[in-house]
Design a protein around this ligand. Structure first.
Ligand code: SF4
Ligand code: ZN
Length: 308
């Protein structure tokens, strides 16, 4: 690593392996914020007057996203607020709820918390008991509940945009998981250009072109307090194995994740375009009345299966 920053004359603190650049903390933070702003404008993620709900869990990624989005939203004439979902994971969620509450109030941003229990009458731990011997991973139940919970939380604060902290590593992992599961349509979801859903919400992923370890370094140098403890269920699925595999590749071949990301978004774009052309009906779920392509939505389906 060079001793002096490539952009100023301060001491360098970070070496960007894939570009060869050495940066001081200040120039690193600035470069990350600029990259995010570029992603937002490249994919038309924000419009003047939007109200953006940032989904913040209390981990490094979502708190960094909030820290980066506050000045960007101000520049775009958009309002910003925070939504947090309480899954009901014993010994894990309480600490992070506290961190988000303090950080949001420090940043002077409205904060809304919604729990699975109040929305679905069952929390994650209870759901895991209910699945008995069925082949359902914690994260597949949690992910289905969380997507809906974030939508409802955003609607409750009159937001029309939901920003989530998915980074470049998340996109790559999700792509590979979908390839391995044969879920071709979901690959199209990786493409960063937001879709306007029937309920009027636009979902954006401003960190989608940023490496996970760069988000972690941003949180560290900006002294953002985050929960370091990980969810006790996170190693049950295949994601951790894929994450380790990709990190090993990156260690041996700097920049390979970035190249792979550029390839997968081209594939995702084609899949998105071809599925946009198929005539999909937008119905309402006969049970909860929310938008669904099937007569019963995925959340109601999950609850029925669990309670059987
Ligand atoms: Fe839910 Fe899985 Fe994330 Fe834990 S790791 S919060 S179970 S999605
Ligand atoms: Zn439903």
């Amino acid at each position: 690593m060079k001793l002096v920053c490539d952009r100023c004359d301060r001491k360098s603190a970070y070496h960007r392996e894939y570009s060869g650049e050495s940066l001081c903390s200040k120039c690193f933070s600035k470069s990350l914020r600029e990259k995010v702003a570029k992603t937002i404008s490249k994919y038309s993620m924000l419009k003047y007057g939007d109200k953006v709900a940032v989904a913040v869990s209390g981990g490094k990624d979502s708190l960094s996203l909030l820290h980066i989005m506050i000045p960007i939203c101000k520049k775009h004439g958009s309002n910003i607020c925070v939504v947090t979902i309480d899954e009901g994971i014993e010994g894990y969620r309480d600490e992070s709820l506290d961190i988000v509450k303090k950080f949001a109030s420090q940043m002077n941003v409205e904060h809304k918390v919604l729990s699975y229990k109040e929305l679905y009458n069952v929390d994650l731990e209870e759901s895991l008991q209910l699945r008995k011997g069925r082949k359902m991973s914690s994260c597949s139940i949690c992910g289905t509940f969380r997507r809906r919970a974030i939508d409802i939380a955003a609607e409750s604060v009159q937001a029309n945009v939901v920003a989530t902290a998915h980074n470049l590593d998340d996109s790559l992992q999700t792509f590979l998981i979908n390839v391995l599961a044969g879920d071709v349509e979901r690959i199209g979801w990786t493409y960063p250009e937001p879709i306007e859903y029937a309920n009027g919400l636009r979902k954006i992923k401003p960190l989608t072109e940023i490496y996970e370890h760069e988000v972690a370094f941003y949180a560290f140098i900006n002294e953002i307090p985050f929960q370091s403890e990980e969810c006790p269920h996170m190693n049950e699925g295949i994601r951790t194995d894929i994450r380790e595999f990709l990190n090993k590749l990156e260690n041996n071949h700097a920049g390979i994740k970035y190249n792979a990301y550029n390839t997968i978004i081209k594939i995702a774009k084609r899949i998105r375009e071809s599925s946009d052309n198929t005539d999909k009906k937008h119905n309402k779920c006969v049970l909860c009345g929310r938008d669904s392509t099937n007569p019963v939505c995925s959340v109601c389906n999950m609850i029925i299966t669990l309670k059987q």
